[in-house]
Design a protein around this ligand. Structure first.
Ligand SMILES: C[S@@+](CC[C@H](N)C(=O)[O-])C[C@H]1O[C@@H](n2cnc3c(N)ncnc32)[C@H](O)[C@@H]1O
Length: 400
C-alpha cells in the first residue's frame, strides 16, 4: 500500500506534478517516517519548488539513513550546490563518484561546481569524462567549453563550443545552440548576436544568486548602485521617497537598496527567479517581476519617475530597444540612470571574452537622443574588478 503510494508519487513527479508528488511522499512519511526514498524524493521536489531550506533538511535525513546511496548523495549535492555551499557540495559529489566513477551527471555537476568556485582548470578532467560518457549531448560539451574559456584555454573552448553547437543542432535544441553560438561569438568565432541569450543569463544568475552579494561587494569591489544614487541626488532629486521607481535587472536587490531613498514605491524586474528570491528578502520592493526587461518596459507605458539599470545593459548588445523601452516607461520629466561597460573603437558595441557587451559611449548617447532622452550627467568609473583587472565603464543619467 505504502509502496504503491510511493510509486504514484514518483509517477506524478515524472509528469511534473510536484505538489501532487510531494503530497504522496508526505503521506508515506506520515506512516513510515524513516522511509529514505520518500525523504529523498520529497527533498528533490522541495528543491524543484525552490524551497531550499526543506530540500537541505530532507536530503540530510535521507543520507543519514543511507550514507552509501549514490542517489541520495547526488541529490544532497545538488541541494547544497543550489544553496551556494559549493565546497560541501563538491565533497558530496566526490563521494558519489567514489561509489559510481562513471556517473555522467555527477561528473558534469562536479565540473560546473568547480568552475563556479573559480577552479575552472580542475573542472576540465571531470567534464571531459562526462563528455566521453554522454556522446552527442550538448550540455556537458557546453559546460566543458565554458570551463576551458574560464581557464584561459581559448582553443579548447572553441573546439568544445563547436562540438556543443553541432550536438545542439543535431538534437534540435535551439536554446542550447544559441548559447554555444554566444560562447563562440565571445571568442571571436561567430558574429555577435544583438543580446545575450535569455536562457544563458537566467542559468548564470540562478547559480550565482546565493553568492552574488558577497562576491560583488567583497572581492569584486562593486559600487555602481551607490554611485548611481549619488548622481541622481546630484541631479536634484531629493532622497525623499517621492518617486515610482523601476529597478531593471534588479538581481538580489543591491541596486534597490541604493535606490530606496528615492522611492515612494519600487518595482524590480529580472530574468532569474533565484536572484528575485534574494531580492524579495530585502523587503524594499513592492512588486518583483520575473520577465525580460525588453518585454516588460513597453507594457508599462508612462508608469515610472525613475528607471535604473545597474550592471544590466552589458547583457544587451543593441541598446536601441532598451532605451526606447525605458523612455516609454518613464513619466514626462522622469529620470533614466544606468551603467555601461565601455570600449574604444569604431564599432557600436563588442562582445568581450567575459561574455558581456561593451559599448562605445558616443554611440549610446546618440541612441539615447534618438529615443528622446536628454543627457543630464555622465561619469567614467571603474565598475568592479575582474580577474584582478579593473572593468571600465560609464554611469549615465538622462531626463525623459
Ligand atoms: C550583474 S547583475 C546586477 C544586479 C543588480 N542590478 C545590482 O546592481 O546588483 C545583472 C542582473 O540583470 C539581470 N538581467 C540581465 N539581462 C536581463 C534582461 N534582459 N531582462 C531582465 N533581467 C536581466 C540578470 O538576471 C542579473 O540578475
Amino acid at each position: 500500500m505504502l509502496d504503491a503510494l510511493l510509486r504514484e508519487g514518483a509517477a506524478r513527479h515524472q509528469r511534473g506534478d510536484l505538489s501532487g508528488a510531494a503530497d504522496c511522499y508526505r503521506r508515506v512519511l506520515a506512516q513510515r517516517p524513516k522511509d529514505g526514498n520518500a525523504l529523498n524524493l520529497l527533498g528533490v521536489a522541495a528543491r524543484q519548488q525552490g524551497d531550499l531550506a526543506n530540500a537541505l533538511r530532507l536530503s540530510a535525513r535521507a543520507v543519514a539513513l543511507n550514507p552509501q546511496s549514490p542517489v541520495f548523495l547526488a541529490n544532497r549535492g545538488a541541494a547544497l550546490a543550489e544553496a551556494g555551499s559549493l565546497a560541501e557540495a563538491a565533497a558530496v559529489l566526490r563521494q558519489v563518484l567514489a561509489l559510481r566513477p562513471d556517473d555522467a551527471v555527477s561528473l558534469r555537476n562536479l565540473g560546473q561546481l568547480l568552475s563556479s568556485q573559480g577552479k575552472a582548470a580542475e573542472a576540465i578532467a571531470p567534464l571531459r569524462r562526462a563528455v566521453e560518457l554522454s556522446p552527442g549531448q550538448p550540455e556537458p560539451l557546453l559546460a566543458l567549453a565554458h570551463a576551458a574559456r574560464e581557464s584561459g584555454d581559448r582553443e579548447a573552448a572553441i573546439t568544445a563550443g563547436r562540438a556543443a553547437l553541432a550536438a545542439a543542432e543535431a538534437r534540435g535544441a535551439g536554446a542550447l545552440a544559441d548559447q554555444a553560438r554566444f560562447l563562440l561569438a565571445a571568442q571571436g568565432e561567430d558574429t555577435a548576436p544583438d543580446r545575450a541569450p535569455a536562457d544563458y543569463v537566467r542559468a548564470l544568475f540562478d547559480q550565482y544568486a546565493p553568492r552574488f552579494d558577497q562576491d560583488l561587494t567583497g572581492k569584486l569591489g562593486y559600487r555602481t548602485p551607490a554611485l548611481l544614487a549619488e548622481m541622481i541626488e546630484a541631479a536634484g532629486v531629493a532622497p525623499e521617497k517621492s518617486l515610482q521607481v523601476l529597478d531593471l535587472g534588479c538581481g538580489t536587490g543591491l541596486s534597490g537598496l541604493a535606490l530606496a531613498p528615492f522611492a515612494a514605491r519600487m518595482e524590480g524586474v529580472d530574468l532569474s527567479s533565484r536572484m528575485l528570491a534574494e531580492a524579495a528578502r530585502r523587503g524594499c520592493y513592492a512588486a518583483l517581476h520575473e520577465a525580460d526587461l525588453l518585454a516588460f518596459l513597453p507594457a508599462h507605458e508612462g508608469r515610472f519617475g525613475l528607471v535604473a539599470a545597474a550592471d544590466v545593459l552589458n547583457y544587451l548588445g543593441d541598446l536601441a530597444p532598451a532605451l526606447a523601452g525605458i523612455r516609454k516607461a518613464l513619466t514626462p520629466g522622469g529620470i533614466a540612470a544606468f551603467s555601461i561597460e565601455t570600449m574604444e573603437g569604431e564599432e557600436a558595441y563588442r562582445l568581450g571574452e567575459g561574455m558581456r557587451f561593451r559599448h562605445r559611449p558616443a554611440h549610446v548617447l546618440a541612441l539615447a537622443e534618438t529615443a528622446g532622452l536628454r543627457l543630464l550627467s555622465r561619469r567614467a568609473v571603474t565598475l568592479r574588478q575582474e580577474r584582478g583587472e579593473p572593468v571600465l565603464g560609464e554611469l549615465m543619467l538622462f531626463l525623459s
